[in-house]
Every structure is written in C-alpha cells, then in structure tokens.
Design a protein around this ligand. Structure first.
Ligand code: C2E
Ligand code: CA
Ligand code: CA
Length: 915
C-alpha cells in the first residue's frame, strides 16, 4: 500500500506540473484520483443557485462501457445529500463503505447511488478560500482509504477547485468580450466583427430596434426600471429571432442580423415583433431592410437604410402619441416637419435645424435660442396641451397660445416666464410648492418639474393644471440650458366629487406623488360598495346619493386624523394610510366595512355583502402613482370575485392576474433555458386495502416570478405554443430517472406520467422514449402513461399507434379523468388500457346520491371484468375513502392520503413504509 501511494504520488506530481488549466487538465486530475483509489469512475459535482442545487460537471471513467452511467446529475436539490455538509464543513471527506447502510437513514442519497450501481463511495469537498464549491465523488473505490490517501485527495480536490475557478473565469471573460452583461445580447464589438464577415452572397435581413424614451424612463422611473425594459426587449428579440444573433449596439438600440433567411420568414418574424410591441406599454421603434441572395449591396448602406427606417418609425410615434385635438398648432408644425424630414432628427441632436415653414416667430426663436429637439420631444410626450419651452441662460421662453391667454400676453416670446407664471398661482401653499420646486431644480440640479396646482387667469377663473417640464443641463451640470414643458388643464369634476365632496383620483395621485417625493410609502385600501344599481332603481337616486354621502361622511369623521379617503371612478373608493398607521390597516379596513354595513342597515337595504375590499400593504420603490391606483382598482375587481372574503390582500391577487402574454414569453424562455423554473412533484397512490403506497403520479410544476402557477393555467399555454413537445420529453426523462431511483427503495413501485394528446402527434416521441429507457436501463413495465379521454376521438389512428407501442414495450396505459365529459363504457373498451382513473367529480357525486354510488360500483365491476385496475382520484375525506373502497376500487389517489409532494419526501415515505 505504502508503495503504491508513493508511486501514485510521484507520478501525479510529475503530471500536475504539466496540467494546464483546461478541462482536459481536470480530466487528468480525475484520472489520477481514480488510480489512487483504484476506482472505476470519478466525478466532479458543483453547487449552484446559492448552494441549493448540485450537478455533475466533469466525469472521468476508465472504461465507459463497463461502468453503467445512466446520466449526469443535473440541478439536483442538495437536500438529497445534505448530510454530506456536516463533514464538508469540517473539511472532511464522506466515506460510505457500503451504500446499504444508507437505505433507511438517507433514502434519497441511497436511491441515487444505488440506481447508478454504486456500492461504496467517497466524497471529498472542494473548498476555495473557505467556500465550499462542490465535491469530488469517487465511485466504488477498491484501494484502502487511509489517512495518507485522504490527505492526497484533499490536495487534489483543492487543485481541481482552482482549475475550475480559473476555467469559469476565463469562460466568463470570453463571454463578456462579445456579450452585453445586462441583456445577454451580443455587444457592439461582436456586431462589428460580424459585419466584417458578412457574406455578400447571402440573403440578409436587418432589424433596428430602439426603445423609445428610455432616457426618460431612466430619469423618472429609475435605472432599474430602464434596465428591466432593456432586458425584457432583449429577451423578446432573442426569442423571436431565435437562430439569428441579437446585438445591443447602443444604450437603447438593438440590431438583429438575419443572414440566410427568406423574405417570407423575415417578414413573419417582423410581424411577430410588431405584434409583441403593440401588446406592450413600452414603445419600441423598428426599422428593417431586406436584401435577397442576388442583390449586391454594400452592407453599410443596408444598415443605414434600416436605421433610417427606424427613425421614421420613431418620428411617427412622437407625432401620434395623443390625438391632434387640443394640441397647439406649433406642435403640429413641428410634427409635420419631423414627418417630412425624418432624417433631420439624426443630426438635430444638439441644435435643431428643422425648417419651420409657416411660423416665422417660432422659427426665429428656435434658431436664435438654445433648443434641444430630444428634450422638446420628450417633454411633449409626457404631457398634453399647452407647450412652452425656452432658453434658460437668457431666460427667454416661447409659450403657446393658451398659456398666453391665461397670462394675458399676446406675444409668444416671454422673458422670465417661470417667475411671471407665479403671479397666476393664487393659493399660498401651492405657490410655495411651485417656488420650492423651481428652487429645487436650480439648486439641486433636478431634471424635471412635475406639479399639479390651481391657477387663476386674468378673468378670475380658477382651474387645476398639471404642469410638467424637463430641464437640460450642460455636461458639467453647472448651468441649465433648456427648459421644455407643457401645461394641461384639469377639469374641475376630476378633482372633487360633487356627490360626496371627496377628492377624486387625480388628487389621490398628487398625494401619492407627494408621499413618494418625501420618501414615504403609505399603504392602501380599495373598496367598492355593492348593489348600487338596485338601490338607485328601487329607492331612487336621491336616497342612493344620500347613502353615498353618509358613508363618506362617517368614514371621514371617524378616520380623518389618520387617513385620506378618495372616490375613484364609479363606486370605488381608495384610502391612503400613512406608514405610521399602516399597522392598523386591517382594523381600519374592518372599521370601514362595519360603517358601510351599519348604514345599509339603517337605510333598510338588505344586501348580503354591502362592500368588497382589498388591501395593499406595501408597494415597490419606483412604482408610479397611476400604477398604484390601477393596482387598487384591479384589486377591488379581484375582491369582487370572492365577496365572502372579508379583505383580499394584494399578494393573493398577483397569481390570478399575471399578464398572460408575459407568462407565455416566460414559459418559452424557461423551456429554452434548460427547463429553468420547471420541476416535478409526485402524488403517492395507495392501495385501497392496506393504504400503503403502491405507485405515484408525476405532476409538472412551474414557478413564475416566485410563485407556483397552476398546471391548469400553464399546460394549455405550453400546448398552444407547441412547447409541450420538448417539455413532454423532459417530463418523461424525469419520470424515468425518478422511477429508477424509487425502485431501489421499493422494487415493485410504479410511476404514472401524463401524456398530452399533442405529444402523440409528434413522430419523434416514441424513439425518444425508447432511447431514454435504454439509457437508464429501466424496465418499461414500471411506468404508466396516462392519457386523457377528452381527446380520444380526435386522432384515433395516432392514438391507437401510440397505445400499441406502449403495449409492445410493456409499458402500461391509464385512461385518465374518466367521468369527465362523455365517458362511456364503449370508450372504455374501444382502446386498450390497463388502468382506469375515475375523476374526482364522480366521487363528489357519489357522496351526494345513492344512484351514482351504484354507477361507480358498476364501472368498477365492468373494469374488473375486463381485467383493468381501477384508481379513484381526488379522495379528500375518510368518508369518501371508505365509500370508494366499498365500491371495489383498487387504488386511491387523493389528498386524504397524500398530496403531491417533493421527490425527496417520496424517498422518505418509501423507505419508512418498507422497513
Ligand atoms: P390530472 O392528470 O387529473 O392530475 C391530478 C390532479 O388532481 C392534480 O392536480 C392533483 O393535485 C389533483 N388532486 C389529487 N388529489 C386530489 C384531491 O384529493 N382533491 C383535489 N381537489 N384534487 C386532487 P394538478 O397537479 O394541479 O394537475 C392538474 C392537471 O394538470 C392534471 O390533471 C393534468 O391534466 C395536468 N398536468 C399536470 N402535470 C402534467 C404533466 O406532467 N403533463 C401533462 N401533459 N399534464 C399535466
Ligand atoms: Ca393524470
Ligand atoms: Ca386525472
């Protein structure tokens, strides 16, 4: 032994010096380890996802044919080997001389090792700078594992860890050379390299995309939000143009180069892109250009054509943000000149050189004062109505006509407009707020102005305005150069509700903005009072109005010192609760509900649920006041759907109201990203006699934005997008690998998996299934394919073929969801099946009536006659369990016995039941 170690030692040191930091080098290290331990195979396992998962990342085996290796482990939950960590923490290896010892105490580890024909195992931690990054796993070591060997192994594992680290870093480096780290798209450098290599003899489609107003988003909603937009767009582009590279060529610009593409495919992709953009809030300008195989065109010319096309689209967007009505003539003029001469925008970044055909004062103003086209366009898109803009250095402004009317000034060019305007703000507090904001701009170099206040014109008319403006600073931010904005008149009824005298939505928005400006995050209650149409109709308008008035009055009286009450549209109300009272929010909510209930009683109105209510306790940073209000409104809608719930909390609604489109995108992204966020659970099925586990059904799960989405929601989406084909294959592989492992704990176990009828139309499925079974060396008689009967008649030929194939390879077939839809005994016999699964709806009907009890009994009888096993699904109570057992069913699947559980828990269950 001593000798052998010495020899290994010597050899390996000689080799270590040669090993470069390549994956090849890591293989060599593993080879040395194998030799040292006289082991047929060694693997490297790395941890990922904050040490919650582990995967095999390198594998070395002397003669692969001899060693059964079904598959590398991939993203396995570390819980399966959690007990390793105790030793790893002490920098000790884990040595298991006989895996049978693990069967009961660590069933999950046991099932992994056993299913890979491993009888003994050594795991040596890989630690760098006191951080555990993975371990080296040595299968079936035959050499004696003594201290000397262990010391050497620790040294090798450190060396391996270092090599991996260096390799990872250099790979990341390589990646970053050509990729944009934020969006994962290729970067500008990669773009330039690609351009040089483009083959003139290929067809080429070019797409330019530019996120409109990204700068504005960054400025007003924060960089985080801007980054999210970029990320989202990049993701969509990569998805839509799957095989073609997407480049981020500028801060808000992407280019996609589609070479070797037919015009038809190119146009199709563009139409998908445009549809995507139109479904999103964020506008993206798109320009395209296509060259066929034979056309000989300079690539640079093509690029600039596509870019021009994009600028045209952008100009169009700015011209069409709001309807022309109510807009100033000046703006229309500007827009027209943009439309006619879009290329001018390209060189108008600093000083505008646009020709203003008809308005000589405006033309003169723009040419003789500082004018920034970008800022002007941005400010126009933030507010409607009356524009004004000016040169901040000489304090000269151009004001549109409605503004001049308020001021009583006829000439459009106004000196010192910002102070002149002060004279028209009649209320002290609002004037102070206005002055403070202008001061804030100048002193704190703020870049925008956004206020709502009352203005009084020369004739004494008062009205609310929304005043918005953007300030452009010089590069050093020492002096303001340009100010451009717009004033919008807000109608009176929009501020105060005439019936209840409560402030309305717009004022709520002002209030929220104010809170946010002071870095405060209030909480919100939204509620709606019910059955008002009826009250109107039966008791008359005035009674209804007086009830409304009373409700508002009493709430305000009771809670005035703590909260603000607003009337939103219709019968919806919103309460803003400052953070110092937010701990009382549920109390306040219930208090309001009681007030409403009491008043309904006093008015003698008998309604079961006078009011529905939702609470938002916390909002994210960066969310706008309008988004908050619209969240409150949708929350009320959610509450309406379950009026018996006292209060619905915002978190509860998120799951039901996620945007379907976004979900579809996320699904396809996750599928492409190696089934990220997908996982499977197993619902154990028990024998009706012994109540012990006999089998299980594999069920798919998907996490989206941190929440589990119901398969009833996402499976149809997968089917709709054709993604069920790859996902179905992945599910099958999960079924095979889990089943293989479960068998080590319970050799007569069998596992059911679901097949969507879309999958049986896929010709490659059968071969895939066969080869996967082969690879894992799993006997197919341990698996059951569940087919849903709803589609049995859609594709009878394919279905028969699929069922025949299952029969041929000895895989069993279950007829799922029997009892839903048009189940008939005919159907039961038309296709071969080994197991019939009775749907939960039959169970619920059964407890309700004697007749259906007979019905189940007769189905069971018929099935048994034809040699089929009967499984009843959805058994939730002891009573139900007893009844279905009496009806003669063989196995039971239901929450009463087991809910779907994590695979880990199944290992435990099986090992406990089989001791
Ligand atoms: P299914 O194939 O009928 O699966 C049984 C469903 O019944 C599961 O819902 C299960 O959690 C639920 N269940 C089991 N016991 C009880 C009970 O006692 N009471 C009640 N109320 N429900 C019970 P799940 O996991 O939400 O799956 C819903 C459906 O989604 C499945 O119905 C199946 O049609 C589909 N699905 C799930 N996983 C897959 C999959 O891997 N592939 C395909 N193609 N479809 C799947
Ligand atoms: Ca099923
Ligand atoms: Ca079912």
């Amino acid at each position: 032994m001593e000798k052998m170690i010495n020899k290994a030692n010597y050899n390996s040191f000689a080799q270590l010096t040669d090993i470069a930091t390549t994956s090849n080098g890591i293989d060599k290290l593993l080879e040395i380890v194998c030799e040292l331990c006289a082991s047929p195979r060694a693997n490297i396992f790395e941890f990922s996802n904050n040490n919650t998962r582990f995967s095999t990342t390198y594998q070395y085996s002397k003669n692969p044919e001899l060693v059964f290796q079904p598959d590398l482990l991939k993203d396995e939950p570390v819980e399966q080997i959690e007990w390793f960590f105790e030793s790893f923490q002490k920098t000790e290896a884990v040595f298991t001389e006989n895996v049978e010892e693990l069967k009961v105490i660590h069933p999950a580890t046991y099932s992994i090792l056993k299913s890979r024909n491993i009888e003994s195992m050594l795991a040596v931690p890989m630690i760098i700078d006191n951080t555990l990054i993975g371990f080296v796993g040595i299968d079936n070591p035959q050499a004696e594992i003594n201290k000397a060997v262990l010391d050497l192994l620790h040294m090798y594992s450190t060396f391996v860890a270092r090599s991996i680290l260096i390799l990872t870093l250099s790979r990341e480096n390589e990646f970053l050379k050509t990729h944009d780290p934020l969006t994962m798209a290729f970067n500008r450098r990669a773009f330039e390299l690609r351009i040089e290599q483009i083959n003139q003899e290929q067809s080429l489609g070019i797409v330019f995309c530019d996120i409109s107003e990204l700068k504005k988003t960054n400025r007003y909603q924060g960089y985080k939000h801007g980054n999210k937009l970029l990320y989202k767009l990049s993701e969509a582009l990569i998805h839509i143009f799957h095989d073609h590279p997407v480049y981020r060529t500028g801060s808000d610009e992407f280019v996609i180069l589609c070479s070797n593409i037919s015009q038809y495919d190119f146009d199709y992709n563009i139409s998908v892109l445009k549809r995507y953009i139109s479904q999103n809030k964020q506008h993206v300008s798109v320009g395209t250009c296509y060259k066929s195989v034979h056309a000989i065109v300079n690539i640079m010319d093509l690029l600039s054509l596509a870019e021009r096309d994009m600028f045209k689209d952008k100009a169009n967007y700015y011209c069409n943000i709001d309807p022309l009505s109510g807009r100033s003539r000046e703006r229309r003029l500007l827009n027209n000149s943009l439309r006619n001469n879009s290329s001018d925008i390209i060189d108008s970044k600093d000083r505008c050189s646009i020709k203003f055909s008809n308005n000589s004062i405006l033309k003169h103003f723009v040419n003789s004062n500082y004018f920034d086209m970008d800022v002007f366009i941005n400010s126009m898109s933030m507010a409607e109505h009356y524009p004004y803009f000016g040169d901040m250095q000489n304090n000269t402004f151009y004001a549109s006509e409605p503004i001049r009317k308020i001021l009583g000034i006829s000439h459009p060019i106004i000196k010192n407009l910002l102070s002149v305007w002060e004279n028209f703000i009649p209320y002290k507090e609002e004037l102070a707020m206005y002055k403070a904001d202008i001061q804030d701009i100048l002193v704190n170099k703020k870049e925008y102005h956004d206020l709502r206040y009352k203005v009084r014109d020369l004739n004494g008319n008062e009205f609310w305005v929304h005043c918005f403006g953007i300030i452009k600073w010089d590069k050093e931010k020492t002096k303001p150069l340009f100010f451009s904005g717009a004033v919008s008149k807000l109608s009176h009824s929009f501020t105060i509700d005439p019936v209840t005298a409560l402030p309305k939505e717009q004022l709520a928005s002002v209030k929220i903005t104010e809170y946010h400006r002071n870095n405060k995050r209030p909480a919100y209650i939204g509620f709606k009072i019910n059955n008002f149409e009826e009250i109107n109709e039966l008791r008359g308008r005035s009674t209804a109005n007086s009830l409304l008035k009373d409700i508002s009055k009493v709430i305000v009286r009771q809670y005035e010192s703590k909260v603000d009450l607003y009337r939103l549209d219709g019968l919806r109300f919103m309460v803003i609760i400052p953070s110092e009272y937010s701990h009382e929010i549920t109390e306040i909510g219930m208090g309001i509900k009681n007030i409403i209930k009491k008043l309904y009683n006093e008015y003698n109105i008998a309604v079961r649920f006078p009011c529905v209510m939702g609470i938002i306790e916390q909002v994210n940073y960066g969310i706008s006041s309008l988004d908050i209000i619209s969240n409150v409104i949708s929350l009320i809608e959610v509450a309406k759907a379950s009026p018996e719930t006292d209060i619905v909390y915002y978190t509860q609604m998120v799951q039901n109201h996620k945007n379907k489109n976004l979900m579809m995108m996320a699904l396809s992204r996750d599928v492409a990203d190696d089934f990220r966020n997908f996982y499977t659970v197993i619902q154990p099925v028990v024998s009706s006699k012994t109540h012990k586990v006999v089998s299980g059904e594999l069920l798919l799960r998907w996490r989206y934005e941190g929440e589990n989405i119901s398969p009833m929601t996402f499976i149809p989406m997968l089917e709709q997008q054709g993604l069920i084909i790859p996902v179905g294959k992945w599910i099958f592989e999960q079924a095979v690998s889990h089943c293989k492992r479960m068998l080590t704990l319970k050799p007569d176990f069998y596992l059911n998996f679901n097949i969507s009828y879309h999958q049986i139309l896929d010709n490659s499925l059968t071969d895939y299934m066969k080869s996967t079974l082969e690879q894992w060396q799993l006997n197919p008689d341990r698996l059951v394919a569940e087919l849903t009967e709803t589609h049995y008649n859609d594709h009878p030929t394919q279905l028969s073929e699929f069922i025949d194939m299952c029969k041929n390879i000895n895989m069993r077939v279950a007829l799922d969801d029997f009892g839903v839809g048009y189940s008939s005994l005919d159907l039961l016999l038309q296709y071969h099946s080994d197991i019939v699964k009775l749907d939960r709806s039959l169970v619920t009907r059964m407890t309700a009536s004697e007749k259906s009890n007979d019905f189940i009994t007769s189905i069971v009888y018929a099935c048994h006659k034809f040699g089929k096993t009967v499984c009843v699904e959805g058994v939730e109570t002891q009573e139900e369990a007893q009844m279905v057992t009496e009806a003669g069913c063989d196995v039971i699947q239901g929450y009463y016995f087991h809910k779907p559980i994590d695979v880990m828990q199944v290992y435990e269950l099986l090992s406990q039941e089989n001791v």
